[in-house]
Design a protein. Sequence first.
Length: 138
Amino acid sequence: MRLVNPLIALLFSTIASAQQVFIMSPLAGTSVSPGKNITVTIERPASLSTSEEVAVVIAIHSCARNLCAPQADALGEILYNGLFNPHTNFKQPSEDFNIRIPQSMSNGSALLTVTHFALIGAGPVPWMELKNVSVVVD
Ligand SMILES: *[C@@H]1O[C@H](CO)[C@@H](O)[C@H](O)[C@H]1NC(C)=O
Ligand SMILES: *[C@@H]1O[C@H](CO)[C@@H](O)[C@H](O)[C@H]1NC(C)=O
Ligand SMILES: *[C@@H]1O[C@H](CO)[C@@H](O)[C@H](O)[C@H]1NC(C)=O
């Protein structure tokens, strides 16, 4: 196995963490209703390192007895799968997605997840991260 230069590895993890997105809305614990739309706001703070946005996947998964399956194992229902184009307004670059909570969602807690894909650096290097927020369906 080829050893990765630790300095390059550190540099990459620093650059990668600068490309992180944050779920600004909904907030944890927000009540959502089956069949109703909500706004999911995904922020990608401005950074100086080179990166190119590819896509995000927004999904929701019911948590049985309040125990959520790890999002890396099962995303649940895909609510959005497409381009991510954060726009700068007065705040950090972000994009709002208007998505419908599936009519079939059962009451109780659910995990809303964002899977984010980007290309980082001059290589570029493909990169993916998983984010989540728990909401309450009622
Ligand atoms: C949600 O995200 C947190 C923070 O990254 C992580 O620790 C947790 O495992 C995730 N939850 C699930 C169910 O994947
Ligand atoms: C609700 O979201 C869906 C996408 O999930 C969209 O097609 C529909 O137009 C939205 N409805 C309203 C009233 O915004
Ligand atoms: C889910 O919760 C809402 C609001 O509390 C209630 O009106 C509805 O009957 C519940 N649905 C089920 C299937 O329990």
